[in-house]
Write a protein that binds this ligand. Structure first.
Ligand SMILES: Cc1cc2nc3c(=O)[nH]c(=O)nc-3n(C[C@H](O)[C@H](O)[C@H](O)COP(=O)(O)OP(=O)(O)OC[C@H]3O[C@@H](n4cnc5c(N)ncnc54)[C@H](O)[C@@H]3O)c2cc1C
Ligand SMILES: NC(=O)c1ccc[n+]([C@@H]2O[C@H](COP(=O)([O-])OP(=O)(O)OC[C@H]3O[C@@H](n4cnc5c(N)ncnc54)[C@H](OP(=O)(O)O)[C@@H]3O)[C@@H](O)[C@H]2O)c1
Length: 270
C-alpha cells in the first residue's frame, strides 16, 4: 500500500462490492489519469458498460459511477478518470498507486453497448472529455469490427494534453494483441481541440457541419439513419444538443430493451 492519503485502512468486500488491487497508474495531465486494477473471476461485463468504484469514506464506501475503458475480454480492468480538485472521490483517487486497494461494484450496467443498437454499416462514437472511456473499451473488442464496416471515434477536448490515449488511437491500436489488424482498416480517430491551436479545432457539431467528420469514410458525407449508428458520451449539454440533432435527422434512441439508431450516456452528473 502507498504512503499517500488515498487509502487508509484495509477494505472489506460487501455484498455489492469486491476489493481489488491497483496495478498501474498513468497520469495524462493535471486533470486526467487512468489506472488498471485486478479483475475478479466472477466479474462479467459487456464492452461499453459502467460500474461503481471507490474508496472508503468516513462511515461507508465512497462510490462513483465509472465507464470501464478496457474491453470485456481483458484480464485487467481499466478506467479513465477526471481529477476534480475538491471532488469527494477524485481528490483522493488521483493519489492511488500500484498495490493500493479499491472497491469495485459487482454489477456493471449501461446503454453504450452494441446490443442497444440496430445493425448498421458505420458506428460513430462521439465523446467529450472522459466520455472517451467506454469507447476505448468498445474499440478494443473484436466484436465491434465484425458488426460494423467502419468505426469512428471522435474525441473533443479543451486542450491538446486532454487527448488521452492519443498515441494508441493515432496508431490505430497497432500494439493491440487482438484488434490491430481490423482497427488498421476499419478504425478512424478524429481528435478535436476547442481551446488551443491544433490540426482540427471546434466542437463536434462544427465538424459535422464542415464535413470534416466524414472525411475518408465510405458512404454519405452526412449522418444517415439507414446506415449509421451513433453513441454519445460526455457532457450533458453535448448529449442534449446532439440527441436533438440526431432526432431531427430521423434517428431514434435505443435502449437495451429496444435497440435503436443511437444511444447516450452522460460522462458525469452536473
Ligand atoms: C454513468 C456515468 C459514468 C461515468 N464515467 C466516468 C468515467 O469514466 N470517468 C470519470 O472521470 N468520471 C466518470 N463519471 C463521473 C464520476 O461518477 C464522478 O463524478 C467523478 O469521478 C468525480 O467524482 P468526485 O467525487 O471527485 O466529484 P463529484 O462530486 O462526483 O463531481 C463534482 C463535479 O465535477 C464535475 N465532474 C465530475 N466528473 C466529471 C467528468 N468525468 N468530466 C468532467 N467533469 C466532471 C461535475 O461538474 C460534477 O458536478 C461517470 C458518471 C456517470 C453518471
Ligand atoms: N480540461 C481542462 O483543461 C480543464 C481546465 C480547468 C478546469 N477544468 C474543469 O473540468 C471539468 C470538465 O472539463 P472538461 O474539459 O473535461 O469537459 P467540458 O467542459 O465538458 O469540455 C470538453 C469538451 O466538450 C466541449 N463541449 C462542451 N459543451 C459542449 C456542447 N454543448 N456541445 C458540444 N461540445 C461541447 C468543450 O468545448 P468548449 O471548449 O467549446 O466548451 C470541450 O472541447 C469542468 O468542470 C472544468 O471546469 C477542465
Amino acid at each position: 500500500m502507498s504512503d499517500g492519503q488515498a487509502v487508509m485502512a484495509p477494505l472489506e468486500p460487501t455484498t455489492a462490492l469486491t476489493v481489488e488491487e491497483v496495478l498501474t497508474v498513468r497520469h495524462w495531465n493535471e486533470h486526467l489519469f487512468s489506472f488498471t486494477m485486478s479483475r475478479p473471476a466472477s466479474f462479467r461485463f459487456r464492452s461499453g458498460e459502467f460500474v461503481m468504484l471507490g474508496l472508503q469514506g468516513e462511515k461507508r464506501p465512497l462510490l462513483r459511477a465509472y465507464s470501464i475503458a478496457s474491453p470485456s475480454w481483458a484480464e485487467e480492468i481499466e478506467f479513465l478518470s477526471i481529477k476534480v480538485p475538491d471532488g469527494p472521490l477524485t481528490s483522493r483517487l488521483q493519489l492511488v498507486q500500484p498495490g493500493d486497494q479499491i472497491y469495485l461494484g459487482r454489477k456493471p450496467t449501461g446503454t453504450l453497448v452494441t446490443d442497444a443498437l440496430l445493425p448498421g454499416k458505420r458506428l460513430f462514437m462521439l465523446s467529450t472529455g472522459t466520455g472517451l472511456a467506454p469507447f476505448m473499451s468498445l474499440i478494443r473488442d473484436p466484436d465491434v469490427y465484425d458488426l460494423y464496416d467502419e468505426v469512428i471515434v471522435v474525441h473533443c477536448v479543451r486542450r491538446v494534453s486532454d487527448l488521452a490515449y492519443r498515441e494508441e488511437l493515432e496508431s490505430q491500436l497497432a500494439e493491440d494483441p487482438l484488434v490491430s489488424e481490423q482497427a488498421l482498416v476499419q478504425l478512424h480517430y478524429v481528435p478535436t481541440v476547442t481551446r488551443e491551436p491544433f490540426h482540427t479545432t471546434g466542437r463536434i457539431g462544427a465538424l459535422v457541419e464542415s464535413g470534416r467528420l466524414f472525411e475518408g469514410l465510405k458512404g454519405d458525407q452526412r449522418f444517415n439513419p439507414e446506415t449509421d449508428r451513433v453513441m454519445l458520451c460526455g457532457s450533458m449539454d453535448m448529449i442534449k444538443d446532439f440527441s436533438a440533432d440526431l432526432e431531427s435527422w430521423g434517428f431514434t434512441e435505443g435502449s437495451n430493451a429496444k435497440p435503436g439508431d443511437f444511444v447516450i450516456e452522460r460522462a458525469f452528473v452536473g
